[in-house]
Design a protein. Sequence first.
Length: 411
Amino acid sequence: MPISAPPSPGHTPVRADSPVRPAPVAAPPPAPRLRPADREVLWLYLLTRVAVWTTAYCTRWLFPASGDARVPAPVLAPFEHWDWGHFLNIARDGYFPEGPGEGDNREAFFPGLPLVLRAVHVLIPHWTVAGLLVSLVAGAVAAVALARIAELHLPGSRAGRRAALFLLVSPCAVFLAAGYSEALFLALALPAWLAARRQRWLLASVLAAGATTVRISGLFLAAALVVLFLTTPTTPPTRRDEGTSGKRDAAWLVLPGLPALLYFWYLYGRTGDPMAWKHAQERGWYRHFRAPWEAWSQTWHEAFDRTQATGYAAQFQADLLAMVLGLLLLGVLLVRRRWPEAVYLALTLWALGTSYWYMSVARSTLLWWPLWVGLAVWSVRRRWVAIAYLCLVAPLSTVLAITFMSGRWAG
């Protein structure tokens, strides 16, 4: 009779008639929140921030407001121009410190950035430093999110890092470093898009709602999310087993519209006009509705017929060029049947291209993530694209940064 070996300590013998169960498989360790590719993007982001701050330092000395100045402007003065004053006034004093109908049309700006700025100011007493810190952190989040979106198009390539680089050195990139709303909007909108591409609709809707608090463009993003939801293949079985239904996912897509409705309701309570933000834009920035061809004609007139100072004329020329670029990009998206991105861009171009004249179209390119993703993918497939892009935009970025920091933007 054979003698069986004694069981090892801690081992439970298995009867011959008992069912054999597979040994449990250890769960893989959780993926790090920051991957090596993300760290590369953040290093790239930090280097570009150093370049922006170096430009700001030099601008204080080389481009003073007065040609015979003996003392440079204050350290933070290069970042305290134009729209920053509106965001600061809202965060510090609210929308109507002098009562409805009075003031500087600050209700044209949505409350997201002022609310964040006021919260950060609790810890950072200096308002400008608080605004720069918000943009610094938000810009880092946006750069990483953009890189991850680009990687969805060409996994395993350098498309993600290229997309982040192209955005960070783009001609209007200085506005990502200043206390403006572009960086914060992208920090919410790009992760929202990334979450939607992964079919995490609740997270996408919450982030898109945050983006709507910052800019009206959040509603354009919400429309794109709806189209993405409608064109996304059926939810895989594993998601159905978790109890997530398509109807529930669709219901979340209502969330991005709520912040805008709340802001309109607030304006109605204070002014009796739920569209006070739009009327403020008309009073302060001539954003009256015009047919697209009329807006183009008026902008062309201001850009080339010598009716404006050269600084303003140059801005109109840049906006015309940006509109052409946007229309070309829209055509590419339609040909490639990228319907959600096409909806976002089409709504953006319609909003910008139907006012008395073009304004801030060039700045708006910062928010066109399909542009940066498309350029990145193209540059991976055609090496000369990256070199050509950098040679073209590097001088433009430097000139426009100096123009903004010296207070000479738009004339």
